[in-house]
Design a protein around this ligand. Structure first.
Ligand SMILES: Cc1ncc(COP(=O)(O)O)c(C=O)c1O
Length: 466
């Protein structure tokens, strides 16, 4: 270990001051970011084996540093090409991300301005702008004007934070009635609910009761009712999915939220991927009933064209979430004693980057109509390519797409055929389409998010399955 005393002439401000060295680093980094953002032909790239990366990129951290130029060259020439280009039009796996140019560029400003997004005291301007986005989305979903929340890291944290608020609310209500807490709390969700719901339940040490879905994969209120009757006061929340990850299926939210007429239960909608489609006039009807949700999430880094990572978490009554999440400490009381909006009060986190700002900037710059158009484009492309799949005798559509996920099988292919085909597509730098499965049968899926994904590109991929 180097003793500070052994570097008597070291300048501790070297990294923070404006000098020829730091100016050159800023110019190089901004130039690289600019080239990347304006490049229309960035390849898909592919992961590199660990041994290869060790050979090419080990040893970058040293006592004296590589210098900005060499470190950046290492990233540009070795590390970046070992990362998939998620915003490539041929990236069609999992749930892609396709940030707008404005949102990606503005993310640089979020870093450059060193804004803290946890409290109004420290970041009121940023918090105000993020709240404009939250209010816009709350209006789109029909939530009351008093709704509010926070932009968190991702859907997993959003779902966990909402369920923690719901449990806190359930516990307070039982305490108010003088009733005992149940031995085990319960979350009711469908079999098709995202794995983050089970993960949240594990973190919270509560049980998930899974309820069967209909033949289209959607959860209905009728299927939820018996579980509500059975588990009564032990139920923290019912989780409906607004666009399942595997298929993009939207639960029958109206019939689920209508259960509130009979059972006073918290209704959470996990719309991490799909709820963005509520902005599109042609798909809005699929989310009927969402205006009655107690909490919901939608991930801007999925279909609202924002860079990683961002999840909008909204509560019908934010005061409930504040009661559950506000952290108390002597040094924080100065924040908590004020009646101001502190985003940290609404989720599992304290320090936060104002990660809603790139979406705010892009929405403010282009307007909501541009978002509606881009989402409509993915929706109609999904229908067109589903028609094409139906026409091809060697292919079978597993389910009719509702949003922008299209799942299909190739007759006669087993898992290894899908894997070899998928590897070939990536080796040829044509597309990233990984194998998937449903009910034990292998398949593959197109998850379409980028407006740059074309019908011709998808048809070209289908042609490779002949
Ligand atoms: C429906 C749904 N919920 C939750 C998540 C988890 O979101 P994140 O990956 O941002 O944590 C996903 C991710 O794909 C999802 O599709």
């Amino acid at each position: 270990m180097t003793d500070a005393l052994s570097r008597p002439n070291a300048d501790p401000t070297r990294m923070h001051s404006v000098t020829p060295e730091t100016t050159a680093i800023i110019d190089m980094v901004l130039d690289y970011a600019r080239r990347r953002l304006l490049d229309t032909a960035t390849p898909l790239d592919k992961p590199m084996p660990p041994a290869e990366l060790r050979r090419l990129a080990s040893g970058s951290i040293s006592e004296d540093g590589l210098g900005g130029r060499r470190a950046l060259a290492l990233f540009e020439n070795v590390l970046a090409p070992a990362c998939l280009t998620i915003d490539h039009p041929g990236y069609l796996s999992f749930i892609p991300s396709a940030p707008t140019k404005a949102a990606s560029a503005f993310d640089l400003i979020v870093s450059a301005t060193a804004v803290y997004g946890g409290s109004w005291m420290e970041g009121s301007g940023a918090v105000f702008a993020e709240n404009e986005v939250l209010a816009f989305l709350a209006r789109e979903f029909g939530l009351p004007e008093s709704a509010g929340g926070v932009v968190v890291q991702g859907g997993t944290i959003g779902n966990l934070s909402a369920l923690v608020a719901a449990r806190d609310h359930a516990a307070r209500r039982l305490a108010d009635r003088g009733a005992a807490r149940p031995d085990r709390w319960v979350v009711i969700a469908s079999r098709e609910a995202h794995s983050s719901i089970a993960s949240a339940a594990r973190v919270m040490d509560v049980d998930v009761v899974t309820v069967a879905v209909d033949e289209t994969g959607a959860l209905h209120g009728d299927q939820v009712r018996p579980a509500l009757e059975q588990y009564g006061d032990a139920v923290i929340a019912v989780v409906a999915t607004g666009g399942s990850t595997n298929f993009g299926i939207v639960d029958d939210i109206a019939s689920i939220t209508a259960l509130n007429d009979e059972f006073d239960v918290w209704l959470h909608v996990d719309g991490a991927y799909g709820l963005a489609a509520a902005l599109a006039p042609s798909a809005r009807h699929r989310f009927a009933g969402i205006d009655r949700a107690d909490s919901l999430i939608v991930d801007p880094h999925k279909w609202l064209f924002t860079p990683f990572d961002a999840c909008v978490l909204l509560y019908r009554d934010p005061a409930i979430a504040r009661a559950a999440h506000t952290q108390h400490a002597e040094y924080l009381d100065t924040l908590n004693d004020r009646a101001e909006w502190n985003p940290s009060d609404y989720s599992i986190q304290l320090t936060r980057r104002p990660r809603g700002l790139p979406l705010w900037f892009s929405l403010a710059a282009f307007g909501a109509a541009a978002y509606r158009d881009a989402i409509e484009d993915s929706l109609s492309l999904a229908q067109r390519i589903a028609d094409e799949i139906r026409r091809r005798p060697e292919l079978r559509l597993v389910r009719d797409p509702q949003l922008s996920v299209v799942v299909f099988e190739r007759e006669g292919w087993d898992v290894s055929d899908y894997a070899a085909w998928s590897d070939r597509l990536l080796d040829e730098q044509r597309a990233f389409v990984v194998p998937s499965s449903h009910a034990g049968r292998p398949n593959t899926r197109f998850a379409i998010v980028s407006p740059r994904t074309s019908f011709e590109l998808l048809v070209g991929i289908l042609d490779t399955m002949r």
